[in-house]
Design a protein around this ligand. Sequence first.
Ligand SMILES: [Ca+2]
Ligand SMILES: [Ca+2]
Length: 407
Amino acid sequence: MTRRRGAGLQAFTLLLSMLITGTAMTLLNMQASNRRLHESLTGSLQSQLLCETGLEWVRHNFQNNPNWRSSISSGDPITVKPVAGQTILVTLFDSDDDFADDDTQPATLKVTGKQGGATASMKGLMTPHHHEALDYAVYMSGTIDMRNTVMVTGLLHAGVSVDALPNPANITTDRITTADCVKINKSLHLNTVFEPPTGEPAPSPDAAFFARDGTELFGTDVAGELILEYGVFTSTTNSQGAANPSGIYYLNAGTQNVRIRNVLVEGTLVIATSPGATVWIEQGGLFTTGSLRYPVLMIAGGGALVNIDLSTQLVENDVKTPMDYNADGDTLDTLVSGLDGIFWTDATILAIQSSDVTFNGCMIGKTLNATVFPIFTYSPEVAAGLIHEFTDDKLHIEVGSLRMLRN
Ligand SMILES: [Ca+2]
Ligand SMILES: [Ca+2]
């Protein structure tokens, strides 16, 4: 009886020992499993935090860097800050693998964070914005000087000062602006310094645009001046030869003065001249935006003087050379002169000497002297969208387009 009880106790002790060992092993396994789970969760969280860090790095290094397009290559990953056991990789992609060819294209952004065996990545879209100059009817990096009655609908911006004769009822504290119209008259002399809102310089796109798939025009040398007159230049017509499908034409005047008279441009006319030269846009002229929505008139000349003196209408049956400006098959029409689009120049002085000439769009230059009755009307339509060389050159992360992609 005693021996049987002893044997039973022995078996029970063995069973208990096996149970305890099994439980201990299970507990150990659970601990290991929990530790692995914990490490995995920590790694996952860490890799996501590394992604966020990478994103902040992108914001800091690209959003305020106007030269980013020339500083990186599409698809080449950048190791942000290697730390032992951790990795942050940033990669930007251009749709055609070339960031430099078009400053209006967005970049796709990929940020990868790695911690141990865990990887997290984020994708997003970074887009350029248009240059703030395109928000203004007149945007001068220097001074605006208006000596007479000037009609302005839209914002005026002068990097240095505005010297004008405005109606005080239409002047706000920091800009000459109103939703309707500013009527500037001789009742008050204003000479106030207007600071640029963001301090950004006006765009200087002359070199890039001058070389951009244009067709060269040839003026006639008359007494040392290059004269281009009685012409139609559109995406389907070039009165000097083959049409340029983009509607981009350029005239290289070297050091000569230039006179543009009685021409119709639907597209872009680029004039390159030199400091000390004078460019006249005179008699009749009509400049309208083409299908590419590039600026209608660009005059690059450093210290050149630009005189816009569109004092007549564009008359087809002018006695000198009848022209079918509006391509309707006859030479009987008369068209109102004006500029309808973006007009850019780096000329030192821009003098408007015509009566009642309408500038509809956005005029960007260095210095404006408006002497006789011009009308400036801002057109959001012509300034809409992104235009090559008229972006702010920065990358903006579009909030809301980022999404987590967990690997
Ligand atoms: Ca590209
Ligand atoms: Ca006609």
